[in-house]
Design a protein around this ligand. Structure first.
Ligand code: NI
Length: 178
């Protein structure tokens, strides 16, 4: 496995619409290696998710994994190919986010609290799951990357934007970068 270079905002691929993963890709060893490399890259940079465009690959593909903690339910390593989100209910919750493509910053972002995710796994097999709270937040953050959106676009008020050092000093919460 290899650690991939992360694209940061300013690189056009972060703002581009990603293309669907074609059916034939799933049987391609290079595609399977890409997923392994995205997983290793996520671990290396201590993110909870990485989307294709963030590693300079314009495909509708993302990986995520959330370690369990007192405030966050554990989510095992999950591959999302060609994901779609359906809101469940109209509840919206604000929470802190960061992004490997926007280093050193955190901001408060309103997100749908409950959702249904439909996607293909790393072998092209369809799956559906329901997600809430931080898990739902990570899914929305990663799916936004596939549409060329970043969390800054979703912030209701830019006044919460903070550097991580100041976040740690002045905001007594701890979230992970996605
Ligand atoms: Ni991100």
């Amino acid at each position: 496995m290899s650690i991939l270079k992360i694209a940061r905002i300013g690189h056009p691929i972060i703002r581009a619409e990603a293309k669907p993963v074609p059916r034939k890709a799933f049987g391609d060893p290079a595609f399977q290696k890409l997923i392994d490399d995205m997983q290793e890259t996520m671990y290396e940079y201590e993110g909870v998710g990485v989307a294709g465009p963030q590693v300079h690959v314009g495909l509708r593909l993302a990986v995520l994994e959330v370690p369990g903690s007192e405030s966050q339910e554990e989510v095992p390593f999950t591959v999302l190919a060609n994901p779609t989100i359906t809101p469940l209910g109209d509840q919206v919750e604000s929470g802190w986010e960061g992004c490997l493509s926007i280093p050193d910053l955190r901001g408060v972002v309103p997100r749908i609290k409950h959702l249904k995710l439909e996607a293909l796994d790393r072998h092209g097999k369809p799956f559906t799951l329901e997600a809430s709270d931080f898990f739902a937040r990570v899914i929305q953050h990663e799916c936004d990357h596939l549409d060329g959106q970043v969390y800054l676009d979703r912030m209701a008020d830019m006044k919460s934007l903070t550097f991580i050092k100041e976040f740690e000093a002045h905001v007594l919460r701890d979230e992970d970068e996605t």
